[in-house]
Design a protein around this ligand. Structure first.
Ligand SMILES: [Zn+2]
Length: 267
């Protein structure tokens, strides 16, 4: 098997996880900037985190032969403080030329608040000005549908943004069609407890689309499984999916989206 992990928070994982991923056929891992489990107190904290994502973590992954790419932003959970968000967005351009940076993400909404919306618009403007791909986090549970609608409205309102260059992650049964119909890519996050189980993800692939869609484990410091993508691929096989179609969803689809950034190259 070969697959791409298009959304994994590797800074919170051990080297054992890197070994397991490579052993199961992972060909590249992409790491969006996210909430670290605590609120950072200054833009300097984000500066250090961006250095970790663009310098240290690619080196750690390279020890296991795994190409590592990253996405940069201030995540929605820390976007309530507009002054901090402005400072952080101000330092991002100095990192955008780094060789493993694919775009702006994971931006989006957490509680659908007014300030989160402002920061989302600032990120979309940043991506448009620097011609960057966009990776979007959608809120959880009861806020998801409303949040997804708000996010799509913001992206569509900016005429510089092309939907095929944006992926809306953490889609579920009630948001996937909305995203695909508007021309965006959709990501399904495979979590053991929340978000989307492997069975639900495969049902959605059966019901909706094999095009413009990827699966990820989002493996972070919470309850999550770094091998969720290959395990789901095995479950697809058990359910009778053709090997070529599994390969398309777990390998060729993410490559198709990510290759829109010329820096995404596999050895
Ligand atoms: Zn994430």
């Amino acid at each position: 098997m070969r697959y791409i992990e298009p959304h994994g928070h590797m800074v919170s994982r051990t080297t054992d996880d890197y070994q397991d991923m490579v052993t199961t056929g992972c060909a590249a891992v992409c790491e969006p900037a996210f909430w670290a489990g605590f609120d950072r107190s200054s833009a300097d904290g984000f500066h250090d985190y961006f250095c970790q994502l663009t310098e240290y973590e690619p080196k750690r992954a390279a020890k296991f032969g795994l190409p590592h790419f990253s996405w940069l932003c201030i995540n929605p959970k820390e976007s309530e403080d507009l002054a901090l968000a402005k400072d952080v967005i101000g330092i991002i351009p100095q990192f955008l030329d780094r060789p493993n940076v694919l775009g702006i993400g994971e931006i989006g909404l957490n509680k659908n608040s007014r300030n989160e919306m402002k920061v989302l618009e600032m990120h979309v403007d940043l991506a448009a000005r620097h011609d960057q791909l966009i990776l979007v986090h959608t809120p959880h549970l009861e806020d998801k549908l409303k949040g997804t609608r708000l996010i799509l409205d913001v992206l569509r309102a900016d005429k510089r943004i092309r939907p095929e260059r944006c992926i809306i992650d953490h889609v579920e049964e009630h948001t996937i069609q909305l995203v695909l119909d508007a021309g965006f890519w959709a990501g399904m996050t495979l979590y053991p407890e929340s978000k989307c189980s492997p069975a639900r993800a495969i049902d959605m692939l059966d019901l909706f689309s094999h095009e413009r869609i990827w699966m990820n484990s989002a493996c972070d410091w919470g309850v999550s499984i770094p091998l969720a993508v290959p395990r789901t691929a095995l479950e697809m096989k058990r359910r009778g999916w053709p090997v070529d179609l599994i390969d398309k969803v777990v390998y060729r689809n993410p490559i198709e989206f990510l290759s829109q950034c010329p820096k995404f190259k596999l050895p």
